[in-house]
Design a protein around this ligand. Structure first.
Ligand SMILES: Cc1ncc(C[n+]2csc(CCOP(=O)(O)OP(=O)(O)O)c2C)c(N)n1
Ligand SMILES: [Mg+2]
Length: 600
């Protein structure tokens, strides 16, 4: 780096005269911000004008929601802040969905929301809406710049709190407050150190683990966020305990490790579920034990109801929230794993005696699950068999297996919400943390593509792949413009099954195939659309072509090319999302009787 670049990235020091725009931008610089996602707007022109000289790249996106997801992906892969900014009013309301998604992904995204001018607020002028209430339940902290002299202080706090509470924060700035003269000092970012937890809780947890006959570790997103994978491995190896990934955190423990059993939850690993069912002590490391991620699957009631649970979470309010726990440790997953390993290192461990039997169990369950997956080439329910019979298209599961095999070792994969994306959970394995970016608990269609674009900006050397259903693609393909314009090469794998499949599955299972609004007829060729937009587009309908196409697309990223791989798949559908939350239809009114579930 030359000195010019270096000085750009250093914030000014000492109390001095500046404009609020300068204070805002310098606080971004102090926080190491190099990239900001958004759409240009008059509300923050004065600050935007300073970005190039501050060494900040403004990445101009197609839709603010996409910009918000990009900031999320950027934060998730880097562990640093993702930042997005938009025009007051409609630009800012376009951030609502992406902020809610970042909230449930625990991403330190700073959402900068310039607001209508302080001199006219309340008069119903142009692009005016109350911007704080809208975000109040989907942010960890909201800073409102109520005085231009506080610009740096409040900007800095929004950045600190995003990392401290691991979630999005909002920085709301009346647009006239960018202008004027102030005197201030740019605050330095706070150093955040969470610690392992209390001595008492760690001692109690070590005691339980030392006396466990069949300990199982459940590695959650907290392990990834704390950069604690090495510590989790050391603890698992000491205990020789099987390790499951929590739902949609398949990158929390390396798949190549002999103790890894795969993910729990929807379309997860039966091996992980069967081994967890045998546990007498579960160490839930860095996971809130989210309700959706611990529901029974494949008809297996795997949660070990008699087991003692030790839960480690950095957020005290998550302890014991979903499942009662024997020991709750409010601590950082990395530090807690380290502290537990240190406590157990000198102890006699009950689980050592039966370790060979347990390891044999792990191996047997994993082998059984792999061969089940190998044989599970298509869905076997009557509807799926009927729609797939005679189809020229690929079975989704076979295609997903091929993608798994062809995925480069250090690839990052984002996944959307949909039936095929959900089934992909069985096939997505990672050896490196910060590699899987699923839509998490907010579950919005349209998440994966912009998120992988943001991830690629933060980690340009890593292959970036988004898995997206064709319905969700219709919501998000506009961001191809961002890839092309801003030269951010990624690969999107679009599953073209001609339907909003995940919801159609509910029609099949509960509503006697009365399809309303689930068929995506008259779709364009998504490969052709991609080409028209300046990306590469490839249509694939043979399983044998899937792997080579993915490898070529990842390779093309090195040459700056974005590729859309349009996978032509049958309309078959895997197990539904929400069997737990749907009921067969009951009808009381005569005019709706034909839709009532038949009894008997
Ligand atoms: C923004 C948003 N709108 C609607 C839904 C409800 N929803 C969940 S899955 C799904 C269908 C997804 O279809 P597609 O992307 O084509 O994937 P497929 O299920 O066909 O694999 C819908 C509409 C949602 N989760 N998010
Ligand atoms: Mg679809």
């Amino acid at each position: 780096m030359n000195t010019m670049t270096d000085s750009k990235h250093l914030a000014v020091t000492g109390r001095q005269k500046m404009t609020p725009s300068e204070a805002f931008v310098e606080t971004l610089v102090a926080n190491g911000v190099r990239d900001v996602f958004g759409i240009v707007g008059s509300a923050y022109m004065d600050a935007l004008d300073l970005f190039p000289l501050a060494g900040i790249r403004f990445i101009s996106v197609a839709h603010e929601q996409g910009g918000g997801h990009m900031a999320d992906g950027y934060a998730r892969v880097s562990g640093r802040h993702g930042v997005c900014i938009a025009q007051n009013g409609p630009g800012v309301t376009n951030f609502v969905t992406s902020t809610a998604a970042a909230y449930w992904a625990h991403s330190p995204v700073v959402v900068v929301t310039p607001e209508t001018g302080s001199g006219t607020i309340g008069l119903g002028g142009f692009q005016e809406t109350e911007q704080l209430p809208i975000f109040s339940k989907i942010t960890k902290y909201q800073a409102h710049v109520n005085n231009r002299a506080r610009m740096a202080e409040l900007t800095a706090r929004a950045f600190d709190r995003a990392l401290l509470d691991l979630g999005p924060t909002q920085l709301n700035i009346p647009r006239d407050y960018f202008y004027g003269d102030i005197e201030c000092e740019i605050p330095q970012p706070m150093a955040i150190d969470r610690g392992a937890g209390s001595e008492r809780s760690l001692d109690a947890a070590a005691e339980l683990l030392a006396n466990a006959a069949f300990p199982v570790i459940l590695c959650g997103g907290g392990v990834v966020m704390a950069d604690g994978q090495a510590e989790a491995i050391a603890l698992a190896e000491l205990l020789q305990a099987p390790v499951a990934n929590s739902y949609l955190h398949n990158d929390s423990f390396p798949a190549a490790h002999p103790l890894w059993c795969g993910p729990l939850g929807y379309q997860g690993s039966k091996a992980a579920m069967k081994l967890l069912a045998k546990a007498d002590v579960v160490l839930a490391l860095g996971t809130r034990l989210g309700p959706f991620g611990t529901l029974p699957q494949y008809g297996i009631e795997y949660w070990p109801k008699q087991a003692k649970i030790i839960q480690v979470d950095a957020d005290a309010s998550m302890l014991g929230l979903v499942k009662p726990v024997s020991v709750g440790i409010c601590g950082d997953a990395k530090a807690a794993a380290q502290a537990l390993t240190a406590r157990l290192a000198g102890k006699a461990l009950k689980c050592v005696a039966n370790r060979d039997a347990r390891l044999a169990d792990v191996k047997a369950e994993k082998t059984a699950w792999e061969s089940e997956l190998d044989g599970w080439t298509h869905e076997k329910d009557a509807w799926s068999v009927a729609v797939a019979t005679g189809s020229a298209h690929m079975h989704p599961r076979q295609m997903l297996r091929e993608l798994e095999r062809a995925k480069p070792a250090d690839a990052m994969v984002s996944t959307d919400i949909g039936n095929i994306c959900s089934v992909s959970n069985s096939y997505l394995r990672f050896d490196r943390p910060r590699s899987m970016f699923a839509a998490m608990s907010f579950g919005n269609c349209g998440y994966a593509f912009p998120t992988i674009i943001g991830a690629k900006v933060a980690a340009p050397q890593r292959p970036a792949i988004a898995y997206v259903g064709d319905g969700a693609w219709g919501m998000s393909f506009g961001e191809i413009q961002t890839c092309v314009r801003e030269n951010i090469p990624v690969t999107a794998v679009v599953f073209n099954n001609g339907q909003w499949g995940a919801e159609k599955k509910n029609h099949v299972d509960f509503y006697a195939n009365r399809f309303v609004g689930v068929n995506l007829d008259h779709q364009p060729s998504w490969a052709a659309v991609a080409r028209a937009m300046g990306a590469e587009g490839v249509t694939i309908d043979k399983v044998g072509d899937v792997g080579p196409a993915l490898r070529a697309a990842c390779e093309a990223q090195k040459a700056g090319k974005t590729t859309i791989l349009e996978m032509m798949v049958t309309r078959e559908l895997g197990d539904p999302f929400r069997r737990d939350a749907l009921s067969l239809p009951v009808r009381h009114l005569a005019k709706y009787q034909s839709t009532a579930a038949r009894r008997g």
